[in-house]
Design a protein around this ligand. Structure first.
Ligand SMILES: [Fe+2]
Length: 200
């Protein structure tokens, strides 16, 4: 990922490790690098400084690493892993505290406090307003072993309907795409229900 502010050795080690061990349908190194790319972009759009960029990018690089130990509470586990490994890459104590705080901000329910947490959350699920939303959603469905069908479509509709952007940059860039995906989803749901009535 070009343009990130992460120590080169950490970037390589974390990417290599997650490529081998974070091997879920959705939560894998592709998602991590995708979120990092969005973080780089939104950080620049919001004009944050180099130090904030370093904290944001590092948080995104490590935010799913705890999934290796299980889905439940993986945000806290990711923060623990970050606290354990970052001293080996010369991060200061205060930098590590900040990275852990930002990673923890993805715990449910999301309630971001400062701009770093807002950028982190917008970058993490940037795909909701992009054309590749459909491919990513299918990966999530497979990972969660959810059945295809109306229930899953309604779940996606709830996700998109309730989504809000925390930064002006993400809102300006993705709101139209989010609406487009929601309209397409409504069409699919309508068609699905029509066929269901027809065949039942
Ligand atoms: Fe994520």
């Amino acid at each position: 990922m070009e343009g990130h502010r992460i120590d080169r050795r950490l970037m390589k080690d974390a990417a290599d490790f997650q490529k081998r061990h974070l091997i879920f349908e959705y939560h894998n190194v592709s998602h991590v690098l995708d979120a990092l790319g969005s973080g780089v972009m939104y950080g620049r759009m919001e004009g944050i400084g180099e130090q904030e960029e370093k904290l944001l990018h590092t948080s995104l690089l490590l935010h799913e690493i705890g999934m290796i130990y299980g889905r439940e509470g993986h945000e806290e586990m990711s923060a623990c892993v970050a606290a354990f490994v970052l001293p080996h890459y010369c991060y200061s104590e205060s930098e590590i505290r900040e990275v852990c705080r930002v990673i923890r901000s993805s715990q449910d329910p999301a309630n971001p406090g400062d701009l770093l947490e807002k950028l982190f959350l917008d970058a993490d699920i940037d795909n909701l307003g992009r054309p590749d939303f459909w491919i990513r959603a299918e990966s999530v469905r497979k990972e969660e072993h959810a059945k295809q069908g109306l229930d899953w479509l309604l779940h996606l509709k709830g996700l998109l309907s309730n989504h809000k952007y925390y930064t002006g940059s993400a809102g300006r860039l993705r709101s139209a795409g989010l609406k487009k995906n929601l309209h397409a989803l409504d069409d699919v749901i309508e068609e699905y229900q029509r066929l269901y009535v027809f065949y039942s």
